[in-house]
Write a protein that binds this ligand. Sequence first.
Ligand SMILES: C[S@@+](CC[C@H](N)C(=O)[O-])C[C@H]1O[C@@H](n2cnc3c(N)ncnc32)[C@H](O)[C@@H]1O
Length: 273
Amino acid sequence: MTMRPDALRLVRDTQHEGDVPVDPSRQAVDGLAFFSDAQIVARYRTLRSGLEHDPAETIEQPIVRSFLGDVGGRAVLDLGCGEAFLGRQLLAAGAAHYLGIDGSPLMVAKARQTLAGTGGIVEQHDLERWCGGLIGRFDMVVSCLTFQYVADLPRLFEIIRHHLKPGGVLVFSVEHPVMTSSYHALAPADGRSGWAVYDYFRHGSRDDHWLDAVVRKHHRTIAQLIDIVRGHGFDLDRLSEGEPDRANFETVQGYEARLDVPICCVLRCIRRA
Ligand SMILES: C[S@@+](CC[C@H](N)C(=O)[O-])C[C@H]1O[C@@H](n2cnc3c(N)ncnc32)[C@H](O)[C@@H]1O
């Protein structure tokens, strides 16, 4: 299967009616401003709902759910919950409590609709400033594809540690560092797809031209992520680089097309006593 270069993205870009190339002089915004823009969120929703092979669904979410394991009776905190689809699934799977946090008022409104009729709760906070207050209340913290938007991740890890019971589990996914190093898809002549890796060891932020806008993301190598985990009171329990599982793909071609480039990294961490 030949994959369009933009299909390599974790959530791939598509052409939209009226698309115009992004003005190179356009200022990058942070993740919170990006996901608070109604036009961008509309494009993002189209993208997520219209994907034939949404890699978040076929690769990232199955790994996150497997790393969470049995959530029966557990209190779960979800950071950057987006539309809270994971929250609805976890509550259906027996989670006792679910609190989703997101900074975007658009995401929070949609998440509340998603959770209507369940016991799930959603609050609007900027994770760069959020301090919480529910100390030691949670058995599990989960965060999907959000930490690459957070500039001060060590600060957030301190807060997460305070919110987890000793022995509690933190599962988080980020865009794979191979992808966040630089944002250039390749289309080699053999019809396969590739990704240009530049500046891998140049730590810091990157501006990603995505959904007709420019969003700032924070590139961290796998070693840096592990250092943050270990340096803030957690042991690393499991790490996945998003290796696809054939069972989650309808076709062998869809599966094989995902064997070229890693799209996400998922870490399971345990809060030390
Ligand atoms: C790629 S979406 C992922 C949403 C959801 N976790 C999922 O997997 O579908 C990233 C989410 O992070 C949220 N976000 C980004 N920066 C944030 C910040 N500083 N504070 C709170 N939420 C933020 C966005 O509003 C958005 O909902």
